[in-house]
Design a protein around this ligand. Sequence first.
Ligand SMILES: [Zn+2]
Length: 213
Amino acid sequence: MPSRRDFLQQGMRLSALGAVAPILVTNANAAQQAAPADLTPPPDLFDAQLLDLDFWVKPRTLSVTRPQSGERARLLYWKDGEVIDSAYQELCHLLRDVNGRATAPIDPKLLEMLWGTQAFIARYGMEQPLEILSGYRTPASNARLQEQGIPAARKSLHMSGKAADIRIASLTEEVLGGLIRSFGQGGVGYYYRSGPKGGWIHADTGLNRTWKG
Ligand SMILES: [Zn+2]
């Protein structure tokens, strides 16, 4: 959990980019005092365009879980402008097709988008792992999902390691999807579902587009 000083410093740094500092600082304090389950800042604060260059050059650690297999990992996979191959391979394994038991290279741009999402909300004291519901899919697995009536496009980018279905505890689809959209790096699908866990967000590195599924 970042200290109050960290938040203030961030607020000051961000204030150079616009008049948003007072809102951010107020929100950060509120987030610190609230219970983890209540950490849902207003979506309009989740705009990756506010990020400074400093954010993008820091070492990148991604914390992910795979609910389907019970795996979890926290991996430093990028440092000094270079992908760390051993960690990258582990991430490809984590984002594998669990049903089809197949691993494929995952687009580093997708990892950057996932990391950026996680690192961005960490600025607000939210450190929960990113849940990977689906990563790479073999064509056979993708076809099986379609047969079962589970949303899966025929030419899904999951089949080329360019898409992931994700969820982050305590973030609504609206907030998580809005943040990923603000990176402007690909497609975002909103899958709203009722139930205790809610829905999920599909993120890919294809064309910039948005849909509801
Ligand atoms: Zn998907």
